[in-house]
Ligand binder design. Structure first.
Ligand code: ADP
Length: 472
């Protein structure tokens, strides 16, 4: 089967979060199952673009509202990622350093989607499935069915994967003219609460819709940033497939970013060396448990609670742990986390940036990872952490609920709590501090976690089953 993935991100080409990890790994695993998977994404100006060789495979043009745009599709020449990678270049729109957060993101991603559909419409053969990811690509199933010029694509089955339903790509109805001539009788498919809502449109038009964990799909039926009734109405075609992790990137035995490689057999020694390096760099005392947070510093991740919770936990435990934060996001949250730095010298450090290498070193060197998320569609951090013998301390929500069992339960290995509140976080940190003192238990838990198979193998197969169910 041939699958075309369409995405705004793909690791290691361009990454802002979990979406990139999924789109960088899933196609590779689909290839290893004997299928052909291809990825097409915008040509962001990242290091990967300049460090690799490309060939032009298609040139075209289209009209978007009042604009006439030329586009070029380039293909990476050496199959570096293990699958065919295509990038769409639209001069002045997609050739930028950041992936998101420009004022004209609506124009940028609408143009990207039109270019991909236009290109696809010119293929001599067609893929068996077009798999789109999140709202940046969710208008494609609509365009393939209801734009007059693309109707010959309407028989290709489409799948929409929702990595995060908080962001929906809303745009005013005035911008509906951006789409190539479409059947206006179908305006209701674009509409949600009097705006064009690309994510809602994708849910209505794709043949199958899935989220990145079963737990998150259930939650969306109750809380989905306005789309609850739609998820309930379309529940027949909606499923949850848990993300996996890419073992060729996230393996403490081979990870080139970390100081000392280790396996479950020499875990104590290996983790110890990685922890020592981090603690030495930060002036932390090795004898205390090291608790980390890695992620976007936003409300969704409950990052706004961290500064107060960490301060209170230091008070309550008598400074019996060290804490390191890596992330960037809302300015207020960043400032709050920086502000407490002077109060806890020798115990606490916040690094406000995006740093892939450092994140690997933290997963390897830490004892616990904190994830108090208000919303967590799947969460990859807890799976990476477990693979590196780092105990997840998580709020029971979405994918966190699906992947972490509290160590108080049978065969458990993590620390779970119910509320995204300062009190629950502080209480969970005190549980972590206590667990750290019981070295036999801690060792048993670490071994159990490292032996869990969270690889993409199982989930990649589930996607193939999903495609099979709609493959006409
Ligand atoms: P989300 O996609 O909602 O941000 P996920 O848990 O699905 O969350 O994926 C987060 C991914 O982004 C992980 O690979 C994590 O290590 C990475 N990440 C997040 N913030 C940073 C950062 N500041 N530096 C390095 N990696 C980060």
């Amino acid at each position: 089967m041939e699958i075309l993935h369409v995405s705004a991100e793909c690791y290691p080409v361009a990454k802002a979060g979990g979406l990139a990890d999924v789109v960088g790994a899933l196609p590779k695993y689909q290839q290893s199952l004997g299928h052909t998977a291809k990825v097409v994404m915008p040509m962001h100006r990242t290091k990967f673009l300049y460090n690799n060789e490309w060939e032009v495979v298609h040139k075209g043009s289209f009209r978007m509202g009042e604009m006439y745009l030329d586009f070029t599709i380039i293909k990476e020449k050496t199959n570096k990622l293990g699958f065919d990678l295509y990038c769409v270049d639209i001069y002045g729109l997609l050739d930028r350093e950041r992936i998101y957060s420009y004022d004209d993101d609506t124009e940028r991603f609408t143009a990207f989607q039109i270019a991909v559909t236009e290109w696809l419409s010119k293929w001599e053969h067609h893929p068996n499935v077009v798999h789109v990811h999140d709202h940046h690509t969710a208008l494609i199933p609509f365009m393939m069915q209801y734009c007059f010029g693309y109707r010959h694509l309407s028989r290709i089955p489409t799948v929409l994967t929702i990595h995060n339903a908080q962001y929906q790509g809303w745009m005013g109805w005035d911008k509906a003219t951006y789409l190539p001539a479409w059947d206006t009788w179908r305006w209701g498919l674009l509409d949600w609460s009097n705006t064009v809502n690309p994510l809602a449109c994708g849910i209505k038009c794709a043949d199958k819709v899935n989220t990145v964990s079963p737990g998150y799909m259930e939650e969306l039926k109750r809380e989905a940033n306005g789309l609850e009734s739609l998820f309930n109405f379309e529940s027949g075609k909606c499923t949850g497939i848990l993300n996996g992790i890419d073992y060729s990137v996230w393996d403490p035995a081979t990870d080139t970013y970390i100081l000392d490689n280790f396996t479950v057999k020499d875990l104590k020694h290996g983790k110890g060396l990685n922890k020592k390096k981090l603690c030495d760099d930060l002036g932390f005392d090795m004898q205390y448990p090291l608790i980390i947070f890695i992620g976007r510093l936003v409300h969704e991740k409950a990052a706004d609670l961290l500064a107060e919770a960490i301060s209170k936990a230091f008070e309550q435990t008598g400074h019996a742990f060290s804490c390191m934060i890596l992330g960037s996001g809302e300015k207020e949250v960043e400032n709050g986390l920086q502000r407490i730095q002077n109060d806890f010298i020798g115990y606490y450090h916040s690094q406000i940036e995006y740093n892939e290498k450092l994140s690997h070193q933290m997963y390897a060197g830490a004892d616990f990872i904190l994830m108090p998320s208000r919303v967590e569609p799947c969460g990859l951090n807890q799976m990476y952490a477990m693979r590196y013998g780092t105990v997840p301390v998580v709020r029971r929500t979405g994918g966190l609920k699906d992947t972490v069992i509290d160590f108080g339960e049978e065969n458990g290995y993590g620390i779970c709590f119910d509320k995204a509140s300062v009190e629950d976080i502080v209480y969970s940190i005190t549980r972590a501090v206590e667990l750290y003192k019981d070295k036999t238990k801690l060792d048993e838990i670490r071994q159990r976690m490292m032996n869990i198979n969270n690889s993409w193998e199982t989930s990649a197969g589930k996607y193939i089953e999903l495609y099979d169910s709609i493959y006409k």
